[in-house]
Design a protein around this ligand. Sequence first.
Ligand code: 5GP
Ligand code: MN
Ligand code: MN
Length: 334
Amino acid sequence: ADWTAAVAAVRAVPTAGRVLLVCHVNPDGDALGSMLGFALGLRRLGLRQVQAAFPGPQRLPEPLRGLPGEQLLVPAAEAVADPDLLISFDAASESRLGELADRLTTAGSTLVLDHHASNPGFGAVNLVDPRAAATSVLVDELLNRLGVPLDAEIAECLYVALTTDTGSFRFAATTAAVHRFAARLLATGIRPGDISLRVLDTRPFGAVQLSAEVVGRARLEPGAADGHGLVWTWATQDDLARHGQPAYVLEALIDSVRCTAEADVSCVVKQTADSEWAVSLRSKGAVDVSRVAVALGGGGHQLAAGFTGRGSVDEVVEAIRRELTGALLVPTGG
Ligand code: 5GP
Ligand code: MN
Ligand code: MN
């Protein structure tokens, strides 16, 4: 990671310079929290023209609304066309920036902050560290090097990002340094109970009922994934419509399905259009699901990955079964 170049790229922007911050499509807590936390940091540095945007026409999912820095968000269609500096957060590749990816060529300079191993380093300067538990860890380090102290507003954004990507400090990337970072965030006075309740643990009743239906139809295939087992389920746009729910409520379902003891690999196939599906993959450790996702046109981490599937549910799951064979991280019987 080229910290010196990253600091220089930010410092090179005059106070009247235009900075555009972008993150991946369908932003999660890490993408949005990292972006808004850094946007606030740039404002603290005195930069006056700071915009944040994510691709697509969608509004933010309800749980991610109300974060500090939200007032710096602009619709993608209104994002400045030729910023002096473009900064990308939590996006593994250019394609994850959707219609905002063109700014990579029109911007004066480009900086990429990310923690996906598959990131090719698509910026002029790249802070890409696959060992980082969240992109917000890199945001914290860069803010520190820029001399921007953590305050409660920045900390709330970074805390949302950190808890999202560590599964509330449960996942393997949760190191001692992650807890020290969390401690510094909490020391600003933010209220973790309130934040977690709002962002992670509040859903409409219809979403609870929809979850029961989708989890209830899950299939277990003990023989798939080279004998490590696969559990999978799917949700259609009709399921959402019948329960009157927005698509984001499906994002939590993988966390119910992946508990299955008999399966190392879990999968939720979520319809986004006719014959188009957003696929979430999780592994407990025996299988590298990022290899599966990359092979099918997506990306992610060894234990959490995703891709866009085409065709019927059965065709999408069949493609996953095919790629799972040979995607072992540790040899069987080893
Ligand atoms: P999730 O299942 O939570 O949507 O995503 C899990 C991981 O896979 C995240 O790190 C995310 O960046 C990555 N991921 C999910 N969907 C896609 C996709 O369509 N393309 C790529 N490149 N990565 C994805
Ligand atoms: Mn993300
Ligand atoms: Mn992330």
